[in-house]
Design a protein around this ligand. Structure first.
Ligand code: COA
Length: 179
């Protein structure tokens, strides 16, 4: 599976500050810039092939945000993947949508960009028969926890020493349907 160089923005749902930024699907040419945003904004970094494999497999939910004043610059991104987990209620395996990473560049925060990225990336994941959306977030990352709460994610537990530096993660879940 690949992705076309789709710069159309018309189907993206942006509620506020849509004059400041626009969203589009990520392309292979964007990956180095996405990696740069990630490296500036988060302690976790990933090798290039990891980004590429997410784009290969989940092109509809790998979105980037661009500055309207400088449309070639990537100022935010979101990427998801779909994983199989054992159902708690049966022997079946069920799909969950796992938030791999989201970040917005300094200077563009608190404008609704992450909210727009989530709003527009979750529906294509949901279409893949997912029962829940899940994510891990550092317990000290109040901004991100605040963001996820606005999307009705609930803390389902703590993953001890989840991060390389030993920090714990909240495991947060948004149920989509009963398994
Ligand atoms: C977390 C992050 C992605 C939020 O991006 P953003 O574009 O600033 O978020 P939004 O503007 O869409 O904010 C949506 C809501 O999240 C919450 N929120 C976001 N930043 C916040 C902050 N600094 N303080 C308190 N609440 C915050 C608020 O509820 C906010 O709604 P409001 O502005 O109407 O009050 C951004 O701060 C970031 O890139 N952080 C570094 C990377 C990171 O931590 N990623 C998540 C890893 S799990």
């Amino acid at each position: 599976m690949g992705t076309d160089k789709d710069t159309h923005t018309y189907y993206f749902n942006i509620k506020k500050n849509d004059d400041l930024f626009f969203l589009r699907k990520c392309t292979y040419d964007d990956l180095n810039k996405v990696k740069e945003v990630n490296e500036k904004e988060l302690p976790e970094d990933y090798p290039f092939f990891f980004y590429k494999s997410i784009l290969d497999n989940y092109p509809d939910s790998f979105l980037v945000a661009c500055d309207n004043n400088n449309p070639n610059e990537i100022i935010g991104y979101v990427m998801w993947r779909v994983e199989k987990i054992p159902s708690k209620n049966s022997l079946r395996l069920i799909n969950k949508g796992h938030l791999v990473s989201i970040a917005v560049s300094e200077g563009f925060k608190r404008l609704g960009i992450a909210s727009a990225l989530l709003t527009n990336s979750m529906p294509p994941i949901r279409e893949q028969n997912v029962y829940e959306f899940v994510l891990e977030v550092r317990v000290s990352n109040y901004n991100a926890v605040g963001l996820y709460k606005t999307f009705k994610f609930k803390t389902d537990g703590i993953k001890k020493r989840y991060y390389r530096d030993g920090e714990n993660a909240y495991y947060m879940i948004l149920k989509v349907k009963k398994d």
